[in-house]
Design a protein around this ligand. Structure first.
Ligand code: SF4
Length: 357
């Protein structure tokens, strides 16, 4: 009988997805693709990858780039700390040389066990097994293991098992195979058990446990946040933005003036609120109107409930401390979180009267 890894490799030979980063052995390109693909669908990541490596084809060009430019190339992908780490790691590599040992790769900023194993097995053919969500799912179902994958014991069990079943002669292909298999056949919902080449010896299928595995002990808790964005219009053509610098989501991206409230506020409540009065600091001449309301933006741990207001101030109004004044038409030069980017794109394309999201 063929082994688990033999069956996966045979399946991969006939079903492998042709992706640009699979055709290369350059560890830098593999690193970039792996970081882009974390938490991102392949279809979406593809375009970002192509644009990113065209502009930053090697460690040196990335290390020498300006941080704001790197963020612009990342805009819309989310999880912006990945871009900051990528940039910082490139800057820390001596003479732009990518490390060629597992320890060296693993010590790079933003590179965890998974990414180090992926880079080392794909680029250098080193025998390190990747363990990602797909791998957890395939292993827990096939071997019938119900230890929670987010427990210390589960992490230990699954990484030891992954290493044990890894094909040491073809670690790169094997790692790609099991991840593709999890993404295409042994999927979270509706796995293709009927056509699965592993079905004959799959423990979960035999015991009717497919939909119960893998087990997670903690559900991700999401908190609600209420964002009120102000599109401040100064002299018809200018607006205010600032860079987010605090230790919070979207660090180093730009934003419109943001007034966060602890609960959702109706238009009337917001217009009468102290937080808005504090921001305006007595600008009684401000004309305020809602532009878009109840825009929901879901992140891994947070749900953002956003409202957008236009605040028109007369020419000659002093610029607010902490904000920079920019032309509305120049907003596209700045990297914004996806939520704001979508709003501004519509606004600039359609004009403010039709900005409904
Ligand atoms: S038989 Fe079903 S559960 Fe088992 S490995 Fe195949 S797709 Fe996954």
């Amino acid at each position: 009988m063929n082994s688990f890894s033999d069956i996966l490799l045979a399946w991969y030979r006939d079903n492998r997805r042709a992706l640009p980063w699979r055709e290369v052995k350059d560890p830098y390109l593999i690193w970039v693709s792996e970081i882009i693909l974390q938490q991102t669908r392949v279809a979406q990541g593809y375009d970002y990858y192509a644009r990113f490596v065209q502009r930053f084809p090697d460690v040196k060009s990335l290390a020498e780039a300006d941080g704001d430019e790197v963020m612009r190339y990342w805009q819309g992908l989310g999880y912006y700390s990945r871009a900051r780490n990528l940039h910082e790691a490139a800057r820390s590599l001596q003479d732009g040389v990518f490390p060629d040992t597992y320890e060296g790769v693993r010590s790079m900023k933003g590179v965890g066990d998974y990414t180090a194993a992926a880079i080392c097995s794909f680029a250098y053919g080193m025998p390190y097994a990747v363990v990602d969500g797909n791998v957890y799912r395939v292993l827990s179902r096939y071997f019938g293991i119900d230890t929670p994958i987010d427990s210390t014991a589960g992490k230990k069990t699954f990484s030891a098992l992954a290493q044990e079943v890894l094909d040491k002669k073809r670690p790169g292909d094997y790692n790609q195979a099991i991840m593709d298999f999890g993404a295409l056949v042994c999927t979270p919902q509706s796995p293709q058990c009927l056509f699965c080449p592993l079905a004959e010896s799959c423990a979960a299928l035999a015991s009717g446990q497919v939909s119960a595995l893998p087990v997670k002990q903690h559900k991700t808790k999401q908190t609600d946040r209420y964002f009120n964005y102000l599109l401040v219009v100064l002299g018809r053509e200018d607006t205010l933005i600032r860079k987010r610098t605090g230790d919070d989501i979207w660090k180093n991206l730009f934003e419109l003036p943001l007034l966060e409230t602890s609960k959702d506020m109706s238009v009337e409540e917001f217009l009468a609120s102290d937080i808005l009065a504090d921001f305006l600091q007595g600008h009684a001449e401000a004309v305020i109107r809602p532009l878009a309301r109840d825009v929901k933006h879901v992140l891994s741990h947070r749900i953002i409930h956003a409202h957008f207001y236009e605040v028109v101030l007369p020419e000659g109004t002093e610029t607010f401390a902490g904000y920079q004044r920019v032309r509305l038409v120049d907003l596209e030069r700045y990297a914004f979180p996806r939520l704001l980017h979508a709003f501004l794109e519509k606004l600039l394309k359609n004009g403010d009267d039709s900005c409904k999201m």
